[in-house]
Design a protein around this ligand. Structure first.
Ligand code: MV4
Length: 448
């Protein structure tokens, strides 16, 4: 097992990884920027190294500085968290060259799944369902031929994109050529990769994702799904497990399909397969995320598996040993609300000093947070300051518990989106479990 892990991240996920490492008897190194010198993750770590000034490219994305911090402190592994360098294959490769274990996929697996066209090819090769679509499009006439074959509407996506970046809906044959040129230029500018592809467009989808965990000894586990349809501008706001749109039979069937597919690849870490569910309830593979995700706690609460500890064990080459993880062993329902430091009306970030901070607690409530009262939330990073996770035997009890927890949460000095959460938690579509990716805009438009 590792002796010392450097956590190449900040905020709540850095704290989350620190906690796992400490419970495993592993020493911890935090990195931080100038403005994060007093951050919670710094205070919780055994050692801390300042890696640069506030702007992320000069600190949390500063590869030479981070690798130097690992060498100076004698760390033997690096945990990237999510965002920042977590899906940077070049960084993972450099860690390897510097004899630092990267807690995540191999650079090869990261490149394969990071490119959406190669991920689609890999998925279909191993039997996962895909929407009708294409590989890389050669030119505008090629795009038009394929769009006519698939049928309108279609969606153009950048192969180097992901998480909703670089997409364009095309409803009419006359729009294809222009959309193709624009998408290609945008993809080149945004991802240094001009490749785009087509898919049939689903108007009112749900976003449902499956958690997988694999070790270096051929073991692969699927740990059920998360419902992530409540998103605004591709930022998830509320997530839950299980999805109210799934049945236990479908969960077992999809779990087995995914387990077999991942077993057939050389995947050896934690991962999430993102699916889109269409209006008929059919699931289609979209993309794979090769990192720990923000919403991982809802899966932890319903499966009893500590995903970060298992991710660390897998990276250390240990054999993962879980009890029976077939879906009938999952327990209860978990909901997560992302608390952002932002204006509840304009959604503009609301950084500043936290004058008062009283997080909820009590039975079935977990708070993963990276802040404390008296600390100043910097303006340079994303606005997620805490996650509230409510776990209960049934979905309606979990929702009730979440309402109770949010009523207890006191955060003074900055604005937060707690009021939006309270509104979502009584919306008929949310309460009834019939939400789609369109729900949140409607709730916002109806006034907060
Ligand atoms: C789609 C789609 C409709 N049809 N693909 C956005 C994130 C990216 N991973 C996939 N996304 C979408 N892909 C087809 N063929 C609609 C979306 C989409 C979406 C998906 C999940 C959650 C929220 C979303 C909001 C807008 C669009």
């Amino acid at each position: 097992m590792f002796r010392k892990i450097l956590i190449a991240n900040r905020g709540e996920i850095a704290v989350r990884v620190l906690r796992a490492a400490r419970e495993m008897g592993i020493r911890t190194v935090a990195i931080h920027s100038d403005v994060d010198a007093q951050a919670l993750h710094v205070r919780f770590a055994d050692e801390a190294v300042c890696v640069g000034p506030a702007p992320a490219p000069r600190s949390y994305l500063n590869i030479p500085s981070i690798i130097s911090a690992a060498e100076i402190t004698g760390a033997d592994a690096v945990h990237p968290g999510y965002g920042f360098l977590s899906e940077n294959a070049h960084f993972a490769e450099l860690c390897g060259k510097c004899r630092l274990a990267f807690i995540g996929p191999t650079p090869t697996a990261m490149r394969l799944w990071g490119d959406k066209v190669s991920a689609r090819a890999e998925a279909v090769r191993h039997g996962l369902p895909l929407l009708p679509g294409t590989g890389v499009l050669k030119d505008a006439p090629h795009a038009l031929r394929e769009a006519k074959r698939i049928g309108f509407p279609v969606i153009l996506k950048a192969s180097g994109g992901g998480g909703g970046r670089g997409m364009r809906i095309v409803r009419d044959p006359t729009e294809v050529a222009r959309a193709f040129e624009a998408a290609t230029a945008e993809a080149m500018a945004g991802f240094a990769n001009p490749d785009v592809y087509l898919e049939r467009y689903v108007e009112t989808p749900r976003h449902i994702e499956f958690q997988v965990l694999a070790d270096q000894h051929g073991g692969v586990w699927t740990l059920g799904e998360r419902e992530c349809s409540l998103q605004r501008r591709h930022q998830k706001i509320v997530e839950e497990a299980p999805s109210p749109a799934m049945t236990i039979e479908k969960r077992a069937q999809m779990g087995e399909l995914i387990r077999k597919a991942i077993s057939a690849t050389n995947y050896t870490t934690l991962g999430t397969l993102e699916f889109l569910m269409d209006e008929r309830g059919e699931l289609y593979f979209m993309e794979m995320n090769t990192r720990v995700q923000v919403e991982h706690p809802v899966t932890e609460m319903t499966t009893g598996v500590d995903l970060v500890k298992e991710q660390i064990r897998a990276a250390a080459g240990e054999r993962i040993d879980l009890p029976d993880t077939r879906p009938w062993h999952f327990r209860g329902h978990a909901v997560e609300c992302r608390i952002n430091a932002e204006d509840p009306v304009t959604f503009a970030p609301s950084p500043g000093s936290i004058t008062e901070y009283y997080p909820p607690g009590g039975s079935g409530v977990r708070v993963d947070s990276g802040v404390y009262g008296g600390w100043r939330v910097p303006s340079h990073y994303d606005s997620l300051i805490a996650k509230v996770i409510a776990h209960a035997p049934t979905r309606s009890e979990a929702l009730m518990r979440m309402r109770r927890a949010l009523d207890e949460f006191i955060i003074g000095g900055i604005r937060t989106n707690i009021s939006l959460h309270k509104k979502l938690l009584v919306d008929p579509e949310v309460v009834g479990g019939t939400m789609s990716t369109r729900t949140i805009e409607r709730v916002i438009a109806s006034g907060i």
